[in-house]
Ligand binder design. Sequence first.
Ligand SMILES: NC(=O)c1ccc[n+]([C@@H]2O[C@H](COP(=O)([O-])OP(=O)(O)OC[C@H]3O[C@@H](n4cnc5c(N)ncnc54)[C@H](O)[C@@H]3O)[C@@H](O)[C@H]2O)c1
Length: 442
Amino acid sequence: METSRRDFMKKSTLASLSLGVAATIPFVTHAENTAPADQINVGIIGCNSMGFGILKHHLGFPDVRCVAMCDVDENILNQRAEEIRKTFKQKPVLYRDFRKMLEQKDIDAVIIGTPDHWHCLITVFALQAGKHVYVEKPMANTIAECNIMVNAANYYKKVVQVGQQQRSGFIFQKSMDLIKTGKIGKLRKINIWANFNYGAGPDILADEPVPEGVDYDMWLGPAPKRPFNKNRFHGWWRLSWDYGGGLMSDWGVHLLDMGLWAKDLVKAPDKVLVYGTNNYHEKKARETFDSMTVSFPKDEYVINWDMTAGIQSGPYKMPYGIAFIGDDGTIVADRNKMNLFPEWDEEAKHSKTSEYQYLEGKESHKEHVRNFLDCIKSGQKNACPPEIGRAAALHVHIANIAARVGEPVLNWDDGKNLFTNNKAANELITPTYRSPWTLPKF
Ligand SMILES: NC(=O)c1ccc[n+]([C@@H]2O[C@H](COP(=O)([O-])OP(=O)(O)OC[C@H]3O[C@@H](n4cnc5c(N)ncnc54)[C@H](O)[C@@H]3O)[C@@H](O)[C@H]2O)c1
């Protein structure tokens, strides 16, 4: 039995991490002796939760400076800028309009921490302005936007890192090593689950006037005009179709990405089998589904996704996790830990493989950020380029589309970029941008 250090770090912040509450991390302040040529100047667009967490991870490295910050909510912007001034002794220029920020010449890289409906447009504008991009996951809110981002990144040849940080995480890297070196035998099935209370949504609230200091029209951007409601604003936007895809996309991109990585698949699903419904006992402020069961058949294995919002426990006493099931053993993993449970050989009277256990995992944002910075400097391929972000995002978007149009088996032709058995599903591939915004042409 191989057992690594057993200093298992129990974390109770899973739901809050997904909702983007920045974790408290001990940060070093900027080392003034970094040579200017080695320094990477970053600007951030969307500073509330996750974006700000990612900015702080950047500033944890001595070769990074924050030179610009942008948010359409002045209250958030001022608060976050004050923290950067106090903690890191840096004085970024502040903006409410990201287009102005992108004109600032000394910005090398941009962090995009806005809601998902903005990711495509801001990424393309940033690339056009010559910046590298760290864009949060899911890469975009629709299939067409994902395609545009892949094409734009290839055209401008800048580093685009999608925030699927598990690609840089110890536990999943270990799991992939074990799977790819045959330790669980033939991989046959991957069962993924994600159960989180927040996915059921907040209590219903009336619309209200736009809070002071908020440029709500710029928050909506290309999305349709709607009255202001706190339940569609900071954090909660992920449960409304115009801005996000619910628990399916919020956690799905992270976890399904691991299911694809196990076989190094970087492609959209050909087919999804989907059951999506709303079974939560109470009416909440939510447009997205609270319960979904999805199968993604692959050539040699199948990935199964099962989510139940409004509860927070699951198999193996884990609210979310992945079981990689092979002929000789099963690996069960989350971000913090993994166990390999061997199968028993009844004839030979011994296990078919060795036990493995790693309990030293932690959130891997910092490693993912470092990978981004290193690839800017080295020109090497980064851990999560747009092609990988797109593959994961298309898995969640296609599952959501199937559930929305009520098509239990939906077939996708990636070459033709359309669904072959449902016309209504094709209507959901490309968003209609609200004027004056237009979908970038790539
Ligand atoms: N990688 C992860 O583990 C992880 C975890 C949580 C969230 N996320 C992702 O991070 C992103 C942000 O999520 P969040 O929970 O921090 O959302 P949030 O609502 O808390 O913050 C978004 C911020 O963006 C600002 N914003 C909106 N439109 C803007 C614009 N046009 N210009 C400038 N600022 C704008 C908002 O005012 C707000 O301050 C999402 O894509 C989410 O999916 C990733």
